[in-house]
Design a binder for this molecule. Structure first.
Ligand code: PGA
Length: 253
């Protein structure tokens, strides 16, 4: 059985105080919740507060980026070692916003994936096609390329620690979600690529999340699909009272 992981991606939102308030509320709400892993991707300045606030609960904390070196002359950057040392467990990598606004390439993302794994952080590797690519039937080709390049040089054993987040770019922050059937068929193709890279049994163990306007209303039908093993949730993760509904939809999978 694959582990269901519901992760919130807070992006550039919430001060440390706001982080503490939201996570205190969420911690109470997830009390007693089982069979699902809950992750919150907080901004760098909130991470230490986040780790402390969720202590003793099922919530784990993710960073939203790293620089792929352990230390050195990289002004303004944050290393996986620094994050691990304060109790961060996951890192979101290759998000389409970083690919687009910060010109991150598959090769650079691959360096980050390797560096995260080497330093004990679990990568959540984001992939997904643009609207134009979807409309010209390039979805599977784009996802395969992002997986093959982003995961180059990763062993099957290492792959077990990686989470894939399929996020069609046209669905992010737009309120347009892929239909469950559309997402499921893309997830199946993604798992085929993972099987090619790491073998069928590892591919069957890997959590593949859906992301892109997932919310309390549509989470259940998406998460009911066989190959959708969780969600990466932006807007709907910012309020604890909304996010808990997405988490509960994951429990019932
Ligand atoms: P959204 O963002 O849920 O607000 O669409 C998802 C993401 O970008 O990870």
């Amino acid at each position: 059985m694959r582990k269901t992981i519901i992760a919130g991606n807070w992006k550039m939102n919430k001060t440390a105080t706001e982080t503490r308030d939201t996570l205190k509320e969420l911690k109470e709400l997830v009390d007693g919740v089982k069979d699902v892993e809950v992750v919150i991707g907080a901004p760098f300045t909130s991470l230490e507060t986040a780790v402390k606030t969720v202590e003793g609960s099922i919530i784990k904390i993710a960073a939203q980026n790293i620089y792929p070196k352990e230390s050195g002359a990289y002004t303004g950057e944050i290393s996986p070692v620094m994050l691990k040392s304060i109790g961060v467990e996951y890192v979101i990598l290759g998000h389409s916003e970083r690919r687009e606004y910060f010109k991150e390439t598959d090769e650079f993302i691959n360096e980050k994936v390797k560096s995260a794994l080497k330093n004990g952080l679990r990568p959540i590797l984001c992939i997904g096609e643009s609207l134009e690519e979807r409309e010209t039937n390039k979805t599977d080709e784009v996802n395969s390329r992002q997986l093959e390049k982003g995961l180059a040089g990763i062993t099957p054993e290492e792959a077990k620690n990686i989470v894939i987040a399929y996020e069609p770019i046209w669905a992010i922050g737009t309120g347009k979600t892929a239909t469950p059937e559309m997402a499921e068929s893309t997830h199946k193709e993604i798992r085929k690529v993972l099987a090619k890279l790491f073998g069928e049994s590892v591919a069957n163990e890997m959590t593949v999340q859906y992301g892109g306007s997932m919310n309390a209303k549509n989470a259940k039908e998406l998460l009911e699909m066989d190959n959708i093993d969780g969600g990466l949730v932006g807007g709907a993760s910012l309020e604890a009272s909304t996010f808990i509904e997405v988490i509960k939809a994951g429990v019932k999978r």
